[in-house]
Write a protein that binds this ligand. Structure first.
Ligand code: ADP
Length: 400
């Protein structure tokens, strides 16, 4: 079964084409700068050179059309006809409280997705456009939606209800949803394998540290709390997002800065986090270099980032009442021994002891970086959200 995994953002469409039998990645690529005067695409068939070209792409329909044309192109493609695509799996950021699991697209699902747009205005309209494009271009191909929020639907109400008037939950569906669920679920499955335990008997704290960052408490294989909330703004310090702040700061800025709600939204989502504190960059590699060269703001940004992770790890240990492992994943989590080490520093009393030699080893495989006498294992597990979406698509279409 060959599955096309699609991730539609505001100005880009990423794709990965899998043969799920053997879980082989056949091709991948991206169309970027959709709607700008010059867009471009990158396309790579596994094992071959990447092709990169500029193009004109006005909207998501044209981007998806271009991707399909690349896949069947006699020179750069790998299939003869689009009927070799058995199914399409979409990454969807927000499923609200409507979608608790991956679903096959039909008219009801499209309606439900539309209803989620007010709580995910930055993401869901673009997913919707991508799904509509496939409906038009490949009308006979089944589509499955895999939601970032679905894995967190097991979080209990006392962890997802905010302590504001309950009527706001009823009126606007304001509650914690959590995101990055596909990644947390993927690394949780891998972690259980590495620990040699069934997932249903495994308690984990999974730290997804990419441009966006979130941390999840997983009890008996199920998400029971997570740091991102109503939107992906809450929780850990991120590249450009603030994470947790006192909500009174927002009121203060609205009063004293005469700032509009839109600008405030942009300040918290795009100008805060590592970029906001350091004033240099949202990129952790740049900050680690700047900090090593003595830049004090870069150093401070990293300290705040790691301190926040450490606080969440410690609090989730309390929530889990017994933790098998802490897992690091995504760009920073997989690649930065410094950040892993700083985030675990001083947690020895909770049974978290890193083995610095193992931590510093570079690798792309699942691995243990805790010392032999650490009560809690510390693991590094590369995430693979695209593969997880392909697996989910296959699962939903083959056994419901
Ligand atoms: P996204 O959330 O966009 O998928 P990634 O998971 O690719 O992002 O993570 C991007 C982050 O990972 C960036 O901050 C980048 O600097 C960081 N990163 C990548 N490699 C390293 C590295 N070797 N050391 C430290 N940070 C790294």
């Amino acid at each position: 079964m060959k599955i096309l995994v699609v991730n539609c953002g505001s100005s880009s469409v990423k794709y990965t084409f899998f043969d799920v039998n053997g879980e082989k990645k056949l091709a991948s690529g991206i169309v970027e700068c959709i709607g700008l005067p010059e867009a471009y695409f990158k396309h790579r068939v596994s094992g071959e050179e990447e092709v990169k070209e500029s193009c004109k792409v006005q909207n998501h329909m044209e981007a998806v059309d271009l991707i399909l044309k690349n896949l069947i192109d006699p020179e750069i493609g790998l299939i003869k006809h689009t009927d070799e695509i058995s199914a399409v799996g979409h990454r969807v950021v927000h499923g609200g409280d409507k979608f608790t699991d991956s679903v096959v697209v039909d008219a009801n699902v499209m309606e439900g997705l539309k209803e989620c747009i007010p709580i995910a205005p930055l993401h869901n309209p673009h997913h919707y456009a991508g799904i509509e494009a496939i409906l038009k271009l490949l009308p006979d191909v089944k589509q499955v939606l895999v939601f970032d929020t679905a894995f967190h639907q097991t979080i209990p109400d006392f962890a997802y209800i905010y302590a504001i008037p309950y009527s706001l939950y009823e009126k606007y569906h304001i509650r914690r949803y959590g995101f990055h669920g596909t990644s947390h679920k993927y690394v949780a499955q891998r972690a259980a394998k590495l620990l040699g335990k069934p997932l249903k008997d495994t308690n984990l704290i999974t730290c997804h540290l990419g441009n966006g960052c979130s941390i999840t408490a997983i009890k008996s294989g199920k998400s029971i709390d997570t740091s991102m909330g109503f939107t992906p703004l809450e929780g850990l310090v991120m590249g450009t997002r603030s994470g947790d702040i006192d909500p009174a700061i927002i009121v203060h800025l609205l009063t004293h800065e005469k700032i509009t709600a839109d600008s405030l939204n942009s300040l918290l989502n795009k100008k805060s986090g590592l970029a906001g504190v350091s004033g240099i960059s949202a990129d952790m590699r740049t900050l680690l270099t700047a900090s090593a060269e003595g830049n004090q703001k870069a150093k401070l940004a990293i300290e705040i980032y790691c301190y926040r992770i450490k606080k969440y790890i410690a609090s989730y240990m309390g929530v889990l009442e017994g933790t098998d492992a802490v897992v690091f994943t995504a760009g920073v989590g997989e690649n930065s021994p410094t950040i892993r080490s700083k985030s675990c520093q001083g947690l020895d009393s909770l049974g978290i002891k890193i083995d610095e030699e193992a931590n510093r080893k570079v690798g792309s495989e699942d691995r243990t970086i805790s010392s032999g006498d650490s009560g809690v294992r510390i693991l590094v597990i590369p995430t693979n959200e695209e593969l997880m979406i392909a697996r989910e698509t296959h699962r939903v279409l083959t056994n419901g």
